[in-house]
Design a protein around this ligand. Structure first.
Ligand SMILES: Nc1nc2c(ncn2[C@@H]2O[C@H](COP(=O)(O)OP(=O)(O)OP(=O)(O)O)[C@@H](O)[C@H]2O)c(=O)[nH]1
Ligand SMILES: [Mg+2]
Length: 355
């Protein structure tokens, strides 16, 4: 326990500026709150709901008295849970009986920065005085996670400090920072409420900046039940665990190294051991080579094609993405050799913005 926690309980001062600890669930807000306030806590519920409300007091090294509210964990200011609604309302100053904080201490989990950043960006867009606490730095260091604090501070335009809320003295850097801050509204309540700003938070922009994995796409496949089963459209889902390891690569480059594949620009269908061209992409390699819907692909580079699997396996596994391949086809009962120059599949796909 820190010295501050053992200090005599100061006279409760209703005029002390109110700051709020805010952040995702489990990022260490309450641990930090306990460090700051020690025994000087008042625990109850928010009016009309069973959500716990914790307020406390402390004195910073410069002698400034503060009140601090430990807000319910929230992933966003656009609420989807009762806890998030309270957090949003308190920050906006629209919750009956609750004063709006003059400043925010946004706590994030250093080991999960990307997930936490969404909330940070939303809070930052409110332009309320804010300090960012990168908590759980002990775990981050153990896992070899490096965070460029100076860059984070300059990109966000807010002070950024490291913390280990479960360690004695883990609140000291925050206390010192509070004294350094020029929070012009310290003596009173904010004159403007950020509720309009909250409503105007550009969700898509925030997601884009964070690079959040929002969901997983699915692909309709026409032969979901296998070769001996009746044809039935089904969905093929991409397991999220396979996407996570390549997410950073996808965000940085719009693709993963594995996604370099030869592309012909055809849609094919497999029927009773025959592979036929269903559609030919406009201006793609197959169209340039003269391939037409209905053509049966019999061989690729000399290898017999009797299933979609053998066709794509050979195409993708047979060499560089951009190369010459030889297709033997059957058209109206005639055999034809179609030389075709494949291209990198990525070059045929609309590129993500900013790359
Ligand atoms: N190793 C480590 N653990 C921490 C740190 N801060 C908090 N924890 C632990 O993380 C867990 C969650 O901490 P809390 O303080 O309850 O998190 P919270 O943000 O209040 O969570 P909610 O109230 O659910 O929003 C607890 O088990 C803490 O002991 C830290 O800096 N390092
Ligand atoms: Mg808590």
């Amino acid at each position: 326990m820190s010295d501050a926690a053992l200090a005599p309980v100061p006279t409760p001062s209703l005029t002390a500026p109110l700051i709020a600890l805010v952040g995702n669930p489990n990022c260490g807000k309450t641990a930090l709150f306990n460090r700051l306030t020690g025994a000087r806590q008042k625990v109850g519920n928010y009016a009309g709901v069973t959500v716990e409300r914790k307020e406390g007091q402390f004195v910073s090294p410069a002698g400034q008295h503060w009140r601090v509210l430990d807000l319910p964990g929230a992933y966003s200011l656009l609420p989807t849970t009762p806890d998030e609604t309270i957090t949003r309302d308190v920050i906006a100053g629209t919750r009956a009986g609750e004063a709006s904080p003059v400043g925010l201490v946004c706590v994030v989990d250093a080991t999960n920065l990307r997930l936490n950043l969404r909330m940070v960006l939303e809070l930052q867009s409110l332009e309320v005085p804010m300090v960012l606490v990168i908590n759980m730095m002990d775990l981050a260091r153990k896992r070899g996670i490096h965070i460029d604090m100076a860059r984070l501070a300059s990109e966000l335009g807010v002070p950024v400090i490291e913390a280990v809320a479960v360690k004695a003295g883990g609140e000291q850097a925050l206390l010192a920072q509070l004294d350094r801050l020029d929070w012009t509204q310290l003596s009173g309540q904010p004159t403007t409420r950020p509720i309009e700003r909250i409503a105007a938070i550009p969700v898509e922009t925030t997601h884009q900046r964070v690079g959040e994995l929002l969901g997983v796409g699915s692909l309709v496949v026409s032969d979901a039940l296998g070769p001996d089963q009746p044809a039935l459209a089904g969905n093929m889902f991409v397991p999220i665990d396979l996407l996570k390891p390549i997410l950073d690569e996808l965000l940085a480059q719009g693709r993963s190294a594995q996604s370099k594949r030869a592309w012909m620009g055809v849609n094919c269908i497999e029927l009773a051991g025959e592979v036929r061209v269903l559609r030919v992409s406009r201006a793609g390699p197959a169209e340039a080579a003269g391939l037409k819907p209905g053509d049966q692909i019999v061989r690729i580079d000399g290898q017999t094609v009797d299933s979609l699997q053998t066709l794509w396996h050979r195409l993708w596994g047979g060499g560089a993405p951009e190369r010459d391949v030889a297709l033997d086809i059957l058209r109206d009962g005639r055999s034809l050799r179609v030389p075709l120059h494949t291209v990198d599949r990525q070059s045929a796909i609309k590129q993500p913005e900013g790359t």
